[in-house]
Design a protein around this ligand. Structure first.
Ligand SMILES: NC(=O)c1ccc[n+]([C@@H]2O[C@H](COP(=O)([O-])OP(=O)(O)OC[C@H]3O[C@@H](n4cnc5c(N)ncnc54)[C@H](O)[C@@H]3O)[C@@H](O)[C@H]2O)c1
Length: 376
């Protein structure tokens, strides 16, 4: 993007003293923006952006994310680029964090010009990740869930859960939510936070006493739990014909939510296959286990749901392209709302080959200031 926000099509001509203008969206300004635009409208705009970007899948330079694993969690870097914009996200996943008063998932990221490498936008991505993950789940479910799906089980009621619930209420027409979390207080928090939509849309929200009770009668089952192990939140005994499974929480080697039999009985859809084979529920399956990349369904190159009896599974792990779409959406919305600030991330140089001049100028300024203090 150029400083005025328009896409850059050619290298910039040499200005006298070019400045890199970097926009910044803080966590509190992102919250202000989402409240101002409306959380449902943000989700809708993100789905539109995701659909447009997934539709041009082959324009992107893609790679599986790089991960640094530790005993308590993972820190990941997620890059992607087309011929104009480069995007990356830094994100962690530490299920232990809530015990220390920190979120399980925290993120930030940037957009830069491919033509020059100049960083144009730096943003919080914790709230944005919750929005883009829910928007991606909804985009997948619009192709994979039965169109008459009205009841969703939501297993794992932490930080991501409100966003998942709202995306499915607004975009899929879900009108009954059956919640379960091993921490009942988390389910009660989710129920309280959804109260406005209960009143406005007549959505029913029930807290169940077990996974089995939550899944009973559900058309869609979303799992979004955090646990750093191969957990079995759902086994095949709870499956019913026609279900759509939206498995969000298993997103790292050694961290899964479903039994292998669930995958065997489902048609499995993934974001970027090389990454999901390492990180998704798919890590449990043989290397030749058949899956379909979601972009092919969106592009009409592969079938999504083909019958009312089929069990479909979106094995979500989160892919960098979704952060590209989310960063561009938040940048555009933030600019429109006047909620971006400018930060000096890159120095402005009179001679781009004389970076050292910055130090000389600073030393001269410091000297002048100390001389002034002696006089004053
Ligand atoms: N696929 C993606 O794109 C994507 C994006 C963001 C987060 N995630 C993953 O989603 C998961 C949830 O993230 P969060 O930010 O909501 O975390 P969180 O810690 O805020 O909430 C997780 C909840 O899961 C509950 N839980 C743990 N084990 C459970 C079990 N066996 N049954 C029922 N509930 C259980 C916890 O009590 C907690 O309330 C994490 O694993 C995270 O890595 C995936």
């Amino acid at each position: 993007m150029q400083p005025d926000g328009e896409p850059m099509t050619a290298l910039p001509t040499r200005l006298h003293q070019p400045q890199v203008q970097t926009d910044f969206l803080s966590a509190s300004d992102a919250a202000r923006l989402v409240v101002r635009v409306g959380v449902l409208e943000c989700l809708r705009q993100m789905v539109v952006a995701l659909q447009a970007d997934y539709a041009r899948w082959n324009d992107f330079d893609k790679t599986a994310r790089t991960a640094a694993h530790s005993a308590s969690g993972v820190i990941e870097l997620m890059p992607v680029a087309d011929d104009q914009d480069y995007a990356f996200k830094y994100v962690n996943g530490h299920p232990i964090n809530t015990q220390y008063g920190l979120p399980t998932v925290m993120a930030f990221g940037a957009l830069a010009d491919v033509a020059t490498g100049a960083p144009r936008f730096v943003s919080e991505l914790t709230l944005t990740t919750a929005l883009r993950t829910a928007a991606t789940s909804a985009m997948a479910a619009l192709k994979l869930a039965r169109p008459d799906s009205r009841c969703m089980a939501l297993i794992g009621n932490g930080a991501q859960s409100e966003f998942q619930a709202l995306a499915f209420i607004d975009l899929l027409g879900v009108r009954r939510l059956q919640l379960f979390d091993v921490d009942r207080a988390a389910s009660e928090k989710l129920q309280r936070n959804l109260a406005p939509w209960v009143t406005e849309l007549g959505v029913e929200v029930h807290i169940a006493g077990s996974v089995q009770a939550a899944v009973q009668g559900a058309d869609i089952v979303t799992t979004v739990t955090a646990d750093k192990r191969n957990a079995v939140v759902l086994d095949a005994s709870v499956l019913a014909p026609g279900m759509h499974l939206n498995a969000v929480g298993g997103d790292c080697p050694g961290k899964t939510e479903l039994s292998a039999e669930v995958l065997e009985r489902s048609s499995v859809f993934v974001e970027y296959e090389p990454q999901t084979r390492l990180e998704g529920e798919l890590q449990q399956m043989p290397a030749d286990f058949a899956v379909t990349e979601l972009w092919r369904v969106l592009a009409g190159q592969a079938a999504g749901r083909v019958s009312d009896q089929q069990i479909t599974l979106f094995d979500s792990v989160g892919f960098a392209l979704e952060d590209y779409s989310a960063l561009r959406t938040m940048h555009a919305l933030g600019r429109e709302a006047g909620l971006l600030s400018r930060i000096e991330l890159v120095p402005t140089l009179a001679d781009p080959k004389d970076l050292f001049a910055l130090l000389k100028a600073q030393a001269a300024a410091d000297q002048a200031e100390s001389a002034w203090k002696q006089v004053a």
